[in-house]
Design a protein around this ligand. Structure first.
Ligand code: ASP
Ligand code: MG
Length: 419
């Protein structure tokens, strides 16, 4: 017997049939003797509609009222799932964020969870074997008592926070994919599902745009050591043996991973743009003159490469920004030209960033060098490189994205079938 959190995303609760399917998944775990807290998202598309209505009502609106509107989607699914469970003879009760409460800071529309009170839930597990169905995505402003929301995709974070609060053995994230893959299977057919992945690796993958989970939820899982299991909600509940090993990916502490590969996964993004500033004066304060205004404009700079200046007077500086911010970044730099003092501005938008991730890199030298050689042999030019302890990223021409991802996927031994 264990305590579990089961989280279901929007596609898994998209209509009443799917909500009944979710109820059967929950009943399966209850019948196996587990204490269960369920966290639900709004029905697929509902939050988008609510966001859109808020915008149409007034382009500039009060974030407190935005939250009052967008938090409603989860209220509906929590109530409906509790009804469906009761209909199957499972004792269940729905909970809104403010009822527990889930306390947050005052950053409406992207609030951070400060504290979750799970006392009433655990009391009801013990006394009545009652399932808790909790509206994800919502919290309560600690100062004002008003409803807050946790940012798009925030119900993942609700689920992990609740798992930490009630001391759950695992937080199961039921979604429309059956786990985390070594890379996108649409690009590399040999990509396979990972049985386990370390928090740090998943954090990199999520930050690089793998849309499996909200980044904050992985951070929270790492801090509180919540074991997170990503699995499919479309498997038939009756086909799953709750005592068996269902397919999925466990996000956990690296100590729990026995056979650690050097490289775990490869992520890529085509939503990048490169800006090169030529013949910048090589003197103190120049980097600040470039990146200060970009930061003020809220533009996230990712890779930065500065050349050594040959004559000690000027240098070249290359960096990347999200493609969506490219035009704005050009404007910011052009405006700051007098302060920076450069000769020429070059740019490219047909670029892609390929990232290779694995905590095994900490203890293995030469991992990136292998990639440079393999890509060089295939005539893929590397425009920029950045590295960190468990990751390196390469900027290349977008046309070579698939070739590069496939090359690296096989180079690091990820092509073989899942163990
Ligand atoms: N319903 C919210 C959203 O669409 C929260 C979530 O689904 O995680 O962003
Ligand atoms: Mg989601």
């Amino acid at each position: 017997m264990a305590r579990l959190v089961m989280k279901f995303g929007g596609t898994s609760v998209a209509d009443l049939d799917r909500i009944r399917n979710v109820a059967r998944h929950v009943k399966r775990e209850v019948d196996a003797g587990h204490d269960v807290a369920v966290v639900v998202s709004a029905m697929a598309g509902v939050t988008n509609q609510l966001v859109e209505w808020s915008r149409q009502a007034a382009m500039l609106h009060d974030a407190r009222e935005y939250d009052a509107v967008v938090a409603t989607g989860e209220q509906v699914t929590a109530g409906l799932l509790a009804i469906a469970l009761e209909g199957m003879g499972v004792n269940a009760r729905s909970w809104q964020g403010w009822q527990l409460p889930i306390l947050t800071d005052n950053a409406h529309a992207s609030a951070r969870i400060l504290d979750v009170n799970g006392a009433e839930l655990t009391k009801r597990f013990k006394e009545h074997g009652q399932v808790a169905v909790i509206a994800g995505f919502q919290g309560m402003n600690k100062e004002t008592g008003r409803v807050t929301t946790l940012g798009r995709g925030g119900s993942d974070t609700s689920a992990v926070a609740i798992a930490a609060a009630i001391g759950a053995e695992r937080c199961d994230i039921y979604t429309d994919v059956d786990g985390v893959y070594t890379t996108d299977p649409r690009v590399v057919p040999q990509a396979h599902r990972l049985a386990k992945i370390a928090y740090e690796e998943m954090l990199e993958l999520a930050s690089l745009g793998a849309k499996v989970m909200q980044v904050r939820s992985v951070e929270l899982g790492m801090v509180h050591n919540v074991r997170i299991f990503v699995r499919s909600s479309f498997d038939r509940p009756e086909d799953i043996d709750p005592r068996g090993n269902p397919p999925g990916t466990l996000i956990c502490d690296e100590d729990e991973i026995m056979e650690q590969q050097v490289v775990t996964g490869i992520a890529f993004s085509r939503d990048e743009a490169q800006i090169s500033i030529r013949e910048v004066q090589d003197k103190p304060g120049v980097a600040a003159a470039i990146f200060g205004p970009l930061a003020e404009a809220n533009i996230n700079v990712d890779m930065i490469v500065q050349n050594v200046s040959a004559d000690g007077k000027t240098t070249d500086l290359t960096f990347t920004v999200p493609a969506a911010d490219f035009q704005r970044a050009l404007e910011v730099i052009t405006k700051a030209k007098p302060a920076i003092g450069y000769q020429r501005l070059d740019s490219a938008t047909d670029v892609a960033k390929i990232s290779v991730i694995g905590i095994g890199m900490r203890s293995h030298a030469g991992v990136a060098a292998q990639a440079f050689r393999a890509l060089g042999e295939r005539a893929v030019n590397i425009r920029a490189i950045t590295t960190s302890e468990i990751k390196f990223s390469l900027l290349i021409d977008a046309a070579f994205t698939e070739l590069a991802v496939r090359t690296l996927h096989s180079l690091y031994g990820l092509d073989k079938a899942s163990p």
